[in-house]
Unconditional design. Structure first.
Length: 411
């Protein structure tokens, strides 16, 4: 598997993530630092600049899914009135809390999730985070503060950017009441600079997959993306991705492809199916197919970040993410990336509980086929709820798509 090919970085990642969670645990237990919970798209830079120890419940939800712990926990949240149709990150995480369970103990040696002093969310990548964090605000009796992003936009307007930048500035004032001190503008600039640097290195890593054959897969990216989510804005993320890029470039020099005999190149559109990454990785490898890129992992490439204009650039970075754009933008984007990565077909993951990051429901695959001659297939599943997934059905869909492409080449 690819993990052994990127052995140096994989080992560093284990240590890095363990240190991160143990530092969070220590901050929570000793009250040496205020703890903020944050959504994955941000605004982590503001929180980091203000000295908060930052925890990401979405990362915990993904970990529960990857370790196949989520499905029984979802029922605990359902029993409290949380619908089985809403985000399974949300329901598995709340279910774990209700059952006094966590994936963090076995993974990182901590006894539980850190108690928050404040909850901060941004709706640019998900509209249900507000309800998710509201649950914990009631449980822990702490404030829940939100940034509300305009949704399904084609082009960013000055009004859009000014709106979100203004909300971020107001947020910093509200957070100062929790932290006990105002935001230091110079510290924010430095945090944004480091965030930009890490994002650029992450982009460099992902774009090595433009090569044929690719040195990495989508599954590598899901493993190595944790620091760009939870450590963005700090030096450790920059150092980690600099080393990861170097190790990946060493693979290119040595001629070690991610998939031996690569003959097909796919794009993964939508959320990962965390509990079935190994299944899909093995399936594609057997077909000599490489999933070279994904919307999900590219969502943490924030090219707009500018330390000289921190609030405005943070607003732009969060507004520009793929999930927050309209259908016309998404069609153009996918057509461009299919060309840039020399992709044979797009695999759309229709995630049962994630309508915000599922792009099969308004005719997008059909338009790409009819107007751009881009082949695709739809895989049905979920982020964490394995009851929504069939290995046999997914295998049949992928194998049929591969055969269709290969048959077209023989004509």
């Amino acid at each position: 598997m690819t993990q052994t090919r990127l052995a140096r970085s994989t080992q560093k990642l284990k240590t890095l993530m363990k240190d991160y969670y143990q530092e969070l645990d220590e901050a929570s237990r000793s009250h040496s630092r205020k703890v903020a919970w944050c959504t994955s798209a941000g605004p982590v830079e503001i929180l980091t600049a203000m000295g908060f120890a930052v925890y990401f419940p979405e990362n915990h939800g993904a970990l529960l899914g990857a370790r196949r712990l989520a499905t029984p926990l979802i029922g605990k949240a359902n029993a409290q009135g949380y619908s089985p149709d809403i985000c399974s990150y949300l329901t598995s995480d709340i279910g774990a809390y209700l059952g006094n369970e966590t994936a963090l103990g076995a993974a990182y040696g901590v006894r539980g999730i850190p108690k928050p002093d404040v909850l901060v969310y941004n709706t640019s990548q998900c509209r249900e985070v507000q309800d998710w964090f509201s649950f914990y605000a009631r449980e822990f009796k702490v404030p829940s503060l939100g940034v509300f992003s305009p949704w399904k936009i084609t082009e960013l307007s000055r009004a859009n950017i000014a709106d979100v930048a203004g909300q971020l500035k107001d947020l910093a004032v509200q957070l100062s009441r929790v932290s006990g001190s105002p935001l230091d503008p110079e510290r924010l600039k430095e945090t944004v600079r480091l965030s930009s640097q890490a994002s650029n290195l992450w982009k460099h890593f992902l774009e090595t997959a433009k090569r044929k054959p690719s040195p990495i897969t989508f599954f590598d990216a899901t493993i190595h993306m944790a620091p760009i989510v939870v450590m963005r804005g700090g030096q450790r993320a920059c150092d980690y991705y600099r080393d990861l890029v170097k190790e990946t470039e060493d693979l290119i020099v040595s001629g070690a492809p991610a998939v031996a005999g690569e003959r097909l190149r796919f794009y993964w559109e939508g959320m990962p199916n965390w509990g079935k990454l190994r299944f899909f990785s093995d399936l594609f490898e057997n077909l000599k197919a490489c999933v070279v890129a994904s919307t999900y992992c590219l969502s943490w490439v924030f090219e707009e970040l500018d330390c000289d204009n921190p609030f405005e650039s943070l607003a732009q970075a969060n507004l520009r993410v793929f999930i927050n754009r309209d259908e016309r933008y998404k069609e153009d984007y996918l057509a461009g990336i299919t060309r840039d990565y020399q992709i044979d077909a797009i695999l759309f993951h229709e995630a049962k509980t994630c309508p915000y990051n599922t792009n099969t429901r308004f005719g997008l695959p059909q338009r790409l086929q009819a107007e751009r001659s881009i082949a695709s297939a739809v895989l049905y599943g979920d982020l964490c709820d394995l009851r929504c997934f069939s290995e046999e059905q997914s295998r049949t869909v992928v194998e049929a798509l591969a055969e269709q492409i290969m048959a077209g080449r023989r004509v």
